[in-house]
Design a protein around this ligand. Structure first.
Ligand SMILES: Cc1cc2nc3c(=O)[nH]c(=O)nc-3n(C[C@H](O)[C@H](O)[C@H](O)COP(=O)(O)OP(=O)(O)OC[C@H]3O[C@@H](n4cnc5c(N)ncnc54)[C@H](O)[C@@H]3O)c2cc1C
Length: 535
């Protein structure tokens, strides 16, 4: 089935929803298709707890927020991008409020939180469920525009439609597989917005929900669009250890309240590692846990709050207490098994601040994009900020572009995918390859890396990737295979990026080259594949 729209948006997180609303505000007659591969709220956005950073008090300043962002980014942030995004922050928060987001207030002021790396309290939040509140409000605003913005849930974007226009390739929409009617559909549109979020699921342990399989990075790369800085993956030190189930973050505030990290043999892990012990910065704690897991071969370490007042724990962390209890674990009397987990991708599809990619007609925003905002490490709560500001800038630029462009009635497709549905294969192959890929990434391309382990990972990933390509051609019509193929591509891109960076900087830490080297003070860019005809 073919569908024609003015704008196609892939993703229903903060970036996709905000973009669709902003396009609608600028061009009320435009018809917008918003496709999302699961339910509308299955997003990283929905999981965000801490909040969104912006200069919102008169004791704070743009200069201070910019300086904090640049310092944490370890010399790799694009200063002009940081300045523009930070300066647009207060306006973006106002727009979110206009769409109905209810931030927690202290009287007539924002109740601003202070997070690691920030020199000021500047994180606007909605209790500890900020992302859920943002999703709720933006989705309600979108539903109020249902005559113009059509949501297609359970629709997964497979690849972009690319066609020749004059001397250039252009994006003309996307091929989509609908889980609803189990059909391939062509969504044709002069503007496509890729807002497909993160890639944490490349790793065995991740805080990201199951949708975060890096599809956008793989899709753009296959379409010839460059990707960048993928070696910079942020790990959260403490996620509940429960492999195979939806991830659950154990907030850093648990250590703030006196929680202690222990090895499985009972040793306190942080005592001799940092003067702040358990309150050491996030990356230091993650590295210590990683070292312990590699040394001991254990699957997890322990986060112990059993020495603290049980009533206080239940009151202070009701959500964590209940979630663990649901897993048969009473944290007031037993330690919590935790592992560090892949949390945020600083790199992604190379894009301007306005979401433009190197492929005309293709825009991007949010975690899938690489604007240069985060450099080699992300300042906490800057990601929701970047997503919303970029979505707004991209809406401005792409609506201008839309007005200037003619879109042909029939799109001569240069690449055709998935023209036939073939036989299903044994599911064990898919499950096994995914597990192996995840393990390789967590064991060899995690928090602490070595050059040897990276090369070993590359070799194994390429082998898995080759196998996947074989059966992908025969079985594209299952989400598992589509996602696995994307995961393998993204894994390879992460490792290739990491192999090229022969230094330690920000989130990329090489045990055998622990120092930063000035010759590597530049982005790691991998050009996209050259789009082939047919396939
Ligand atoms: C546990 C957790 C806590 C966090 N806390 C914070 C915080 O406090 N502050 C902060 O700034 N950041 C936080 N982050 C990061 C932040 O939430 C994300 O970076 C941000 O929400 C990304 O928004 P997005 O719109 O780019 O992507 P997402 O919100 O992940 O949305 C992506 C969308 O794309 C869809 N999609 C993906 N692939 C396809 C495909 N092939 N076809 C169709 N649809 C597709 C998905 O289904 C989803 O709808 C947190 C992240 C996690 C995981």
């Amino acid at each position: 089935m073919d569908r024609r729209y003015d704008f196609l948006v892939a993703g229903s997180g903060i970036a996709g929803l905000f973009y669709a609303l902003q396009v609608n505000a600028r061009q009320p007659d435009a018809r917008i298709a918003l496709v999302t591969k699961k339910s509308e709220t299955a997003t990283n956005t929905n999981r965000a707890q801490g909040g969104i950073a912006a200069v919102l008090s008169n004791t704070d300043s743009f200069d201070a927020h910019i300086a904090d962002t640049l310092r944490v980014g370890c010399g790799m942030c694009h200063k002009d991008v940081v300045e523009r995004i930070v300066e647009a922050g207060p306006g973006a928060i106002e727009k979110l409020i206009d769409y109905g987001v209810q931030f927690t207030m202290a009287g007539d002021r924002f109740d601003l939180g202070r997070e690691g790396g920030h020199s000021q309290a500047r994180v606007a939040h909605a209790s500890d469920l900020t992302g859920r509140e943002i999703e709720r409000a933006l989705l309600a605003a979108i539903r109020a525009k249902s005559d113009k913005i059509h949501i297609f849930r359970d629709h997964i974007v497979l690849d972009l439609i690319i066609f020749r226009s004059g001397s250039e390739n252009r994006c003309g929409g996307a091929f989509v597989f609908s889980e609803v009617n189990r059909e391939f559909e062509g969504f044709y549109a002069p503007i496509t917005m890729l807002a497909t979020g993160g890639l944490g699921q490349v790793y065995f342990h991740t805080s990201n929900p199951r949708i975060a399989t890096g599809d956008g990075v793989a899709i753009a790369y296959r379409a010839g669009v460059a990707v960048g800085n993928l070696e910079f993956i942020q790990f959260h030190p403490t996620t509940l250890y429960r492999p195979g189930r939806e991830p659950f973050l154990i907030s850093e505030a648990v250590r703030g309240e006196g929680g202690r990290l222990r090895a499985q043999d009972g040793r306190f892990l942080m005592d001799n590692e940092h003067e702040l012990k358990d309150l050491a910065p996030r990356d230091v704690v993650a590295r210590v846990i990683d070292k312990e897991l590699k040394r001991s071969g254990d699957e997890y370490v322990l986060l112990d709050v059993s020495h603290l007042d049980p009533n206080h724990i239940r009151q202070r962390f009701p959500n964590i207490y209940q979630e663990c209890l649901g897993n048969g674990l009473d944290i007031t009397s037993h330690p919590i098994p935790v592992v560090p987990s892949a949390h945020y991708a600083c790199g992604g599809v190379v894009s301007t601040l306005h979401g433009e990619t190197s492929l005309p007609g293709l825009f991007t925003a949010g975690e899938v994009a690489m604007t240069g905002m985060h450099g080699a490490n992300r300042l906490a709560s800057n990601s929701l900020l970047e997503a919303v500001v970029m979505a707004q800038f991209a809406a401005e630029r792409s609506t201008d572009y839309f007005c200037q462009r003619d879109f042909p009635d029939t799109v001569p497709i240069e690449r055709a995918f998935h023209s036939s549905l073939a036989f299903p294969r044994e599911k064990i192959l898919i499950a096994h390859d995914r597990r192996e890929l995840n393990r390789v990434m967590s064991d060899f391309v995690g928090i602490v890396r070595t050059q040897d382990r990276l090369l070993l990972a590359l070799e194994r990933i390429q082998r898995i990737k080759n196998a996947i390509e074989q059966y992908y051609l025969a079985t594209p019509a299952t989400y598992n295979v589509v996602e696995l193929r994307n995961l393998a591509t993204v894994a390879e891109l992460i490792v290739r990026s990491a192999v090229g960076r022969k230094e330690s900087r920000g989130l990329h830490y090489l045990e055998d080259i622990p120092e930063s080297r000035s010759e590597f003070l530049h982005d790691t860019i991998i050009p996209g594949l050259s789009p082939q005809k047919g396939s």
